[in-house]
Each structure stands twice: as C-alpha cells, then as structure tokens.
Design a binder for this molecule. Structure first.
Ligand code: G6P
Length: 299
C-alpha cells in the first residue's frame, strides 16, 4: 500500500506539515523552535489503513463511538483522502464531501441512514495557515449542501508534545467547566464522575479521559513541562456557540495495548481536543458553521 502524501509550508520562521489523508495536520514548528509542538507516534500507520496516531485528527460527523457496530470511532473524516483546493506560501486548504465518503463504501454515521438513502450532504473545508507572527490558524467549515437540517459533531483531536510526568506540566483554562470523567479515581468499574472543574491544573496521574463542557469559546494553556515551553489553543465557533474540550492521556496500560502508540509515548504527550460535542449540532440546509483554533507558543 502507498504512503500518505505530505505538504510542508514554511512562513514567518514557522512551518507546518499536513497530509490529505484525513486532512491531518502532522507538525507545527513555531518561530524560533526546531521541533514540532505536536506529538506524533513513530509507530503510527503510514499506509492509510488507520487514522494517524498524533498531530490533529479531524473527528466528524461524531466524536467517540456510536454503538451501531459499523460507524468508525470518531467518524470517517480522518479516514478519507481530502482534496487539496489551494496551496499558497502560507496556507493549505482542503475539502471533503460526504458523498466522497459514500463512494468509498465506508459506513455513514449510525444516525445517518445507509448510503444511498442518506438525506444528508455535508462538505467540510479545512484551512490551515500561518500568520505574520508565525501563529497557526486551523479552521474547519461544515456546510450542509442538502435540504434537510443535518445533525453533526466536530472535534479537533490535538496531540501536543509534553512532559506529562514533569512537575511543571499542567493544562489550565478549563476552570468552571462541567466535567464528565470517564476514568473516576478510586471508583473503578463504577461508571463516570461528574463535577465542576476547579482552578488547579489538570495533570496526568493515571489514565485521563475527561470531557469539559463550558460556555462560549475556549482558551486552554498547556504548560508542557520544564523543558518544552507553553502551547496555547484559542478556539471559537461561528456562528457563536459553546465549545467543549476533551483532555486525554492513555497512561501506561492503555497505551501499551495500542499497537500504534510509541513505547512509553504516553509520557511525552497530552491531547487537548476542542470540539462541538455538547449534544448534537444542528445545521440547516445551505448553511455553514465554522470551528477555528489558533495555536501559539511561548517559552
Ligand atoms: O484511538 P482513537 O480512536 O484515536 O481515540 C483516542 C481517544 O480519543 C479521545 O480522546 C477519547 O476521549 C478517548 O476515549 C480515546 O481513547
């Protein structure tokens, strides 16, 4: 099987690389830095048989698993080859339609009826660009090209490189958010915990898999550890709506069971994943909704 194609853009002392497979951002190197602040597993699949483990997978039309036994976890957008529509000295734009997905014979979202009877027509357009200051802007537009109102979810599954066991490590900015903790401490097997996030940083002291629901846009700060500096991700939706965020680190046992996860790689990463996942999003025929994140770095 052939490997995915990679497009690299360098501008304002920064660079990023992206592949049409999944519309997947692979690296972002901010100005003055020599290494990507995004984490990517060295053992990820390059042959397009599986979503890339690292970078920024696009999750659409749903986050997570729908228990219909056919829809892939986190949807099909990250499994399709997107079409490049423009490429400039500072940006790349790609598009993907649900009809393309249907042609590939992949199952649709469980809530979408089977391929030929599906009433929904979605077009995703992704634009990744570098500003004059070398900041990375990453926007996904969802257009309903059909006539009936279409439900969806969209999430940007950012993998940041981080020293997750460093005392300086922590994720902040989600204080006051309502949390669904799928890995409650000390209550194994007893389902989920629900609480309001306090102001202290989120750390990795076991498997972390938490969904944070808040109001309006999100800005999360990732103190990546003593040696790696700080990443900041600012996310907003247009038209304005509530943006949620997932924080995930599989820790040793779960990562060890994943064939495409570097040995001990969980020590070097954290996922901070903004998304429109507080219930189903509704979009009328002919309308477009956009989720945009800006990623910046400071030492
Ligand atoms: O292995 P994947 O399908 O890429 O999912 C990786 C992870 O994505 C999210 O962070 C979910 O909250 C996790 O429960 C899941 O394990």
């Amino acid at each position: 099987m052939s490997e995915y194609e990679v497009i690299t853009v360098e501008y304002a002392g920064a660079s990023f690389s992206i592949t049409p497979f999944g519309g997947h951002l692979l690296t972002y190197i901010p100005p003055t830095q020599t290494e990507s602040i995004l984490w990517c597993s060295s053992t990820h699949k390059k042959d397009m048989s599986k979503s890339i483990r690292g970078g920024v997978p696009v999750c659409f039309p749903q986050f997570g698993l729908i228990h219909d036994k056919v829809s892939p976890q986190h949807g099909w957008a990250r499994l399709q080859v997107w079409t490049v529509v423009s490429s400039t000295d500072r940006s790349v734009s790609m598009t993907l339609t649900s009809s393309e997905n249907q042609k590939q014979g992949r199952p649709d979202w469980g809530m979408w009826p089977a391929n030929d009877g599906c009433p929904y027509k979605a077009r995703l357009t992704l634009k990744v660009s570098l500003s004059d200051a070398g900041e990375l802007s990453y926007a996904v537009a969802v257009r309903n090209e059909g006539e009936v109102t279409m439900p969806y979810q969209l999430l940007l599954h950012n993998y940041f490189s981080a020293e997750s066991q460093d005392p300086e490590f922590g994720v902040t900015g989600l204080g006051g958010y309502e949390v669904i903790d799928t890995q409650p401490r000390g209550r194994e097997g007893l389902g989920m915990d629900y609480f309001t996030q306090g102001s202290s940083p989120i750390r990795v002291d076991g498997e972390v898999d938490r969904i944070f629901h808040g109001k309006g846009p999100v800005t999360a700060e990732i103190k990546r550890g003593s040696n790696l500096g700080v990443a900041r991700v600012s996310v907003s939706a247009s038209p304005p709506r509530d943006v949620s965020c997932v924080v995930w680190n599989p820790h040793e046992a779960k990562a060890g069971g994943m064939g495409d996860f570097d040995d001990q790689g969980w020590r070097g990463m954290i996922c901070v994943e903004p998304g429109l996942i507080d219930g189903l999003q509704m979009i009328k025929g002919g309308e477009e909704q956009v989720l945009k994140q800006v990623i910046t770095y400071s030492s």
